[in-house]
Design a protein around this ligand. Sequence first.
Ligand code: DER
Length: 228
Amino acid sequence: LTQDQMKLAAATKALEFIPDDAVIGVGTGSTVNLFIEQLATIKHRVQGAVSSSEATTARLKALGIPVLDLAVVDDLPVYVDGADEVNHYLHMIKGGGGALTREKIVAAVAKEFICIADETKYVTVLGEFPLPVEVVPMARSYVARQMERLSKPGIRVHPELRMASGDKVFQTDNGNYILDVHGLNIAEPVSLETYINQIAGVVTNGLFAQRRADVLILGTQHGVEVKR
Ligand code: DER
């Protein structure tokens, strides 16, 4: 099976976790885009969606799924999103698509976080994928220095400012910058998430560990596995 076929299998399986007539939270990324297409096939029994990015909003609207403002939603049974890495405790690294702040907000409101992923994302230790950290632009150098201090003998931690096309700095939907932090080996995801959050200038970091996934739907070479 190709990676896309495994993503599609996970995205399709997620429909079984969508309650009738619910408002559901929808994440960002290529796996979620496959899920949105599947969601459109049952949109008659979906009240609406709360989106985690402008990109997702555009796709939901294009498929005729009503997009609702999170501020007026007080009951969100499920949030469906992908991950860049997910460990065996269902802690995740997210933010590869740059939507980590709104993803974390919608995930916080949702009762159940359903992560959909292909097997290449399933790891024992988080950190191979560079950890995205969303920062207020003026704080980018200060936060970068704080990240470099996480280096240990033989393990150099180095943050890179995420660029868009050419020499333009990538900007999130919130107008902030992203540092992609390479070289981390994350044995304690919850404490590292908390540590990074308290650095002045950090808006959000891509560790989803305090609030991890409740269900992982994993597309593998041998079919779809559901892990809790
Ligand atoms: O940016 C994100 O958090 C996305 O969910 C990302 O982690 C997964 O993107 P993919 O489904 O395209 O791999």
